[in-house]
Design a protein around this ligand. Structure first.
Ligand code: FE2
Length: 244
């Protein structure tokens, strides 16, 4: 978990390139991602062509996107069938991107099912862009005490972190795992996210690289992002995508 604190290393040749994506919105019609199953298939095909073996797609769960495990599993089956019919071989799983709010904490505290990535209880969390949740570090501890491994979706995109490195360090030191978006590295979200993503890479604080692919055009941009200097630099870190 804290491998990056002990210097840059690669656990095995198998991890030279990520073949598992852990953050995307490829299930149709249930959030701001794929509008229909055709878009889902187009995105999945692009990832397969890039050499990906698995996509764990992560629909939003938040107010306005009231997704449940049942809804997500139903859509997953629909996309798997369509992918089969289209001759795709990429493995497709689904979890969720949980917005950190009272509703999420109720699910956690009530012991309801939380959709996790892989087999080691990784859970993907996002926050509001402008305002740092006051209880973030406490929430991380609560999740860890329950055996979850929280992953912080795209920290570089939060304006509350872009000019507050102390806050970045404090959150990092809570043990939450940082997942940057590859498209940040080509300035897709503007310059401030790019700068922070680069600094996180420079400081060895990145555990996962995600696509956060919502639309087919993002899958194309992801190809470009993979050519960037900082993407290559990130791969010198202990990137854990392929462990999921
Ligand atoms: Fe996302």
């Amino acid at each position: 978990m804290f491998g990056s604190l002990f210097g840059k290393r690669k656990p095995s040749a198998d991890l030279d390139f990520p073949v598992v994506d852990l953050h995307s919105h490829m299930l149709p019609g249930i959030d701001d991602g794929a509008a229909n199953v055709e878009e889902s298939i187009t995105m999945l095909r692009t990832f397969q062509e890039m050499g990906y073996r698995k996509v764990i797609t992560t629909p939003h769960i938040t107010t306005g996107y009231d997704n449940t495990p049942e809804i997500i599993r139903g859509k997953l089956e629909e996309v798997r069938s369509a992918a089969d019919a289209a001759g795709l071989t990429i493995h497709i799983e689904a979890a969720a991107e949980y917005f950190l709010d009272e509703r999420f904490m109720s699910l956690v505290n009530e012991g309801q099912e939380i959709l996790t990535l892989g087999t080691r209880k990784h859970v993907l969390i996002e926050t509001a862009f402008m305002t740092r949740p006051i209880m973030l570090v406490e929430v991380v501890k609560t999740l860890q005490n329950l055996g979850y491994r929280p992953i912080y979706a795209h920290p570089e995109r939060y304006t509350y972190l872009q000019s507050n490195w102390d806050s970045v360090k404090k959150i990092y030191n809570s043990g939450i795992l940082f997942q940057i978006n590859a498209m940040s590295l080509i300035g897709y979200y503007d310059n401030a996210p790019r700068k922070l993503a680069e600094r996180l890479i420079d400081e060895g604080m990145v555990s996962f690289i995600g696509s956060d692919c919502h639309k087919p055009k993002h899958a194309e941009l992801y190809k470009k992002a993979r050519e960037s200097k900082y993407f290559a630099k990130a791969l010198e870190l202990d990137i854990q995508n392929n462990t999921l």
